[in-house]
Design a protein around this ligand. Sequence first.
Ligand code: HEM
Length: 181
Amino acid sequence: MHELCVNPDIQSRLRKEILDTIKTHGDLTYEAVQDMKYLNMVVSETLRKYPLTPLIQRECESDYTIPETGIVIEKGVGILISQHGLHWDPKYFPNPEKFDPERFSDENRQKIPSYVYLPFGDGPRNCIGERFGLLSTKLGIIHIIQNFKVERNSLTQEPLQFGRSPLLRAKNGIRLTFQHL
Ligand code: HEM
């Protein structure tokens, strides 16, 4: 909602897609949500810029030598993988502070190397709620954007500031105005 507020062009394009797709499908069905490609791009970019968890934890199962460096990670060693570090690395996501859903167009998404974009983790211990989380997030956005214009007010902060916490949380809240359409 914050990014849609500070990027009104993206908000308008998203609203148009939502209204057009519901019209085409005749109702807000599961298939209609799956058909909303731009919504998927917006949510993907949101989870890139604002990963819910800053770190993923793993434990090394067997000694592993990192080929380029010769450094050995020994069995039993705890590993922290920084999602935030990867998602904000300009090598993979140029101009990382820019909210740009085009990074996740069908064409561009394929160019992102494996294990760089990790909003739900990866491997056998990835998030079990990924599809449910995405669907409920999208339904929330659809209902709000269909009915409200999201605008700045005097308390809106850009860029958002975050404190240190296990889950990402805006330090001073997310202050927006919802104007009924
Ligand atoms: C947008 C919403 C969500 C995000 C961004 C998210 C993100 C994550 C991440 C990053 C992990 C760690 C994965 C890893 O270590 O590789 C995780 C694990 C997990 N998530 Fe989610 N999650 C979301 C929604 C949900 C929902 C809705 C549920 C339950 C219905 C759920 C249940 C779990 C569980 C049980 C784990 C632990 C899996 C394991 O250790 O085997 N998550 N999630």
